[in-house]
Design a protein around this ligand. Structure first.
Ligand code: SF4
Ligand code: SF4
Length: 349
């Protein structure tokens, strides 16, 4: 079943959904970029391609309080600071970001399950918005993601001809739209088919349209030992921007600090690009930026596929292409690693 609502009536839709769930959507910021915000009356859905930070924050927040420890005499009081999650809607995430949730799921929902992540996942309903204007940095199609007809999420959505079209993909999606009451009217699929065709025509012309990642699972050591890492990593600043905007990066650290009212323990994102990442009393296992740089891309393009049946840990969102201050990115690495030969046999030009 396909439904639609006029784009001028979106506030009514968000208000209806908000009666039972908190609604988050991408909204324009003053700096010309977009971020996910909680909907309140008058908050308009951004039509920018993507948010600066990905939607992974909803399940894996950048900073998450875990526990507070307070000592009184001989007693230590421990308070669990993890918040109970409420039902919420992520409205308008793009297909690349929604696919990234599967990549995170394999890690956070594996035994031992990260219960905080799991709870948030269970409480979320996801409306995936087709990409009306894919950009030159997009290459999600390299990972078999279709931004013209998103397959992941609970509802697939399009903006076309002045309407927002909504199609439930799961039972949760059907329930969500049923809760929108009389805002929605039934529609045929003509406008959506035309829009999908228009998007596909753009996708075919994008500069990265033919990009395909090499399956290097059998060549793990050859890739690891490739002399190309030296050159690729030579200008990396170790700033970590690429990891912080990436929807599939999942490294975190756990820290304690003295709040003055006890010790608080929190989890926060970390980056394998940082020199103190996995620092131990004996030192760090990766002494140079080349080793840290290699780790990031080996993880996404070789280790993760080895572990998870050939699935890559990248969704082609293009954020790292836009944000890296030295213009290094995973596309350049993918191209360099295509056709890597065994050590000593020479590298392709
Ligand atoms: S590596 Fe880059 S393109 Fe791939 S998912 Fe992460 S930010 Fe997006
Ligand atoms: S954004 Fe660029 S310079 Fe910064 S850590 Fe990533 S690859 Fe290195």
């Amino acid at each position: 079943m396909l439904y639609r609502i006029s784009c001028t009536e979106m506030d009514a839709l968000f208000a209806a959904l908000s009666e039972t769930k908190t609604v988050y959507l991408p909204a324009d910021r003053e700096d010309g970029q977009a971020s996910f915000v909680k909907w309140t009356e008058g908050t308009a859905l951004s039509n920018r391609l993507n948010t600066v930070r990905s939607a992974k924050d909803f399940f894996f927040p950048q900073i998450q309080p875990l526990a507070r420890f307070r000592r009184e005499g001989q007693k230590i009081e421990i308070t669990d600071l993890r918040e109970e999650s409420e039902d919420f809607v992520i409205f308008g995430a793009r297909a690349c970001d929604v696919r990234s949730f599967e990549i995170l799921d394999r890690v956070f929902l594996a035994d031992p399950v990260d219960t905080s992540y799991q709870t948030r996942r269970e409480h979320a309903a996801i409306v995936t918005m087709a990409c009306a204007r894919p950009e030159e940095t997009c290459f999600c199609t390299a990972f078999d993601i279709d931004p013209a007809k998103p397959a992941d999420g609970d509802v697939r959505a399009y903006i076309a001809d002045g309407y927002c079209y909504l199609e439930p993909l799961t039972e949760k999606g059907e329930t969500l739209l049923a809760g929108a009451g009389e805002c929605l009217e039934e529609s045929d699929g003509a406008a959506v088919e035309a829009e999908a065709g228009r998007i596909r025509a753009i996708l075919e012309k994008l500069p990265l349209a033919s990009l395909k990642p090499a399956d290097n699972r059998e060549k793990e050591l050859d890739v690891f030992n490739s002399p190309k890492w030296e050159e690729m990593a030579s200008h990396c600043l170790g700033c970590g921007a690429c990891t912080f905007v990436c929807p599939t990066c999942q490294c975190f650290d756990i820290n304690d600090f003295d709040s003055g009212h006890g010790i608080e323990r929190y989890r926060c994102w970390d980056s394998c690009m940082y020199h103190d990442f996995t620092l131990m009393a004996s030192g760090t296992p990766r002494l140079t930026q080349k080793e840290r740089f290699r780790q990031r891309f080996m993880h996404k393009l070789v280790y993760y596929p080895i572990r998870y049946d050939g699935v890559f840990s990248c969704v082609g969102c293009g954020r790292c292409l836009r944000k890296c201050p030295i213009n290094m990115n995973i596309v350049k690495v993918m191209k360099e690693l295509t056709g890597v030969r065994p050590a000593g046999a020479g590298e392709e030009a």
